[in-house]
Design a protein around this ligand. Sequence first.
Ligand code: PMP
Length: 355
Amino acid sequence: MKKVYNFYAGPAILPQAVMKRAQEELLDFNGIGLSIMEISHRSKDFEEVIDTAKKKIRTLLGVPDNYSVMFLTGGASMQFGMLPMNLLKGQKADYLHTGSWASKAIAEAKLFGTVNVAGNSKDKNFSYVPECKVSPDAVYVHVTSNETIGGIQIHNFPETGNIPLIADMSSDIFSRRVDVSKFGMIYAGAQKNIGPAGVTLVIMRNDLVDQCADGLITMMSYKTYREHKSLYNTPPCFPIYIMKLVMDWLESNGGLEAMEKLNKEKADILYNAIDSSKMYKGAAELKDRSLMNVTFRLPEELEKKFVKEAEALGLVGLPGHRSVGGCRASIYNAMPVDGVKELVRFMEKFEKENS
Ligand code: PMP
């Protein structure tokens, strides 16, 4: 098989060990002679998968007992609307405007109440994390912990006192240690660090679930997912199963501390290469650079050539998001250090040949 390093932003790289295990078990799960994809979500075998996934998520992330761990569908995009639908109820919430994903969250929240933009980095093309000025009467404060497109990451979350802090952690969940007790809710689409597309992880403090609006359709209420343990209807069984395998992998690879150390090491290698070059320019301000999505530019006329030559060497997924252009290397948990070193070798060679 051709050696390929996957720098796509999402759906993104998964650990090889996870995919091998899924392949081995694909036709015969647990010796039952059937695939996990073709058994009832109410079966003992699947129940064990979903329960174990939840337990491992709790242990690895350090989720306190007064929080519910829930599996939804509809991606993080559905959470942009579902969250204000449940909690805003015509009141006011603070949103930190840090880029493309925050902007989508803001647009949806406006359908259900008043949005106060508590900080905005539009003045510099969303290249930094603005200060968050929390309003005392906000019902929650929403932040995007890592802007996947712009390549900026919140390294110090705002202090919000008694106001629940809510974070879209789609592109950096499980990449570092966070104190879950500082958040009212955390949500993340799985397809970057924790599994394939199709499942969305929602972790919510129980008193906030209690406050969710009444009268919503069943599938739009967080209460449904808590009360029915994410099994009110057929959940995304296969993505949940893969997520469970990713949790096994995280556990046997040292958990979040080990991931964080490795992610810092990888990001350092790549940012050092960018900073010491004359051709590549980092897109984000130094202090707010993302450890997950490294965004950079090179002379526009060379960008296509760069991407094409990289691809020929098995370094794929480097074009920036279509809305901003440039280049982006996504280096999630499963990206090995060797992949980043290989990319840096290519970048240095490309610079020599083209300057
Ligand atoms: N938030 C962030 C930070 C993202 O990176 C993405 C997807 N790239 C989304 C939200 C939207 O996620 P989904 O496609 O799962 O709806």
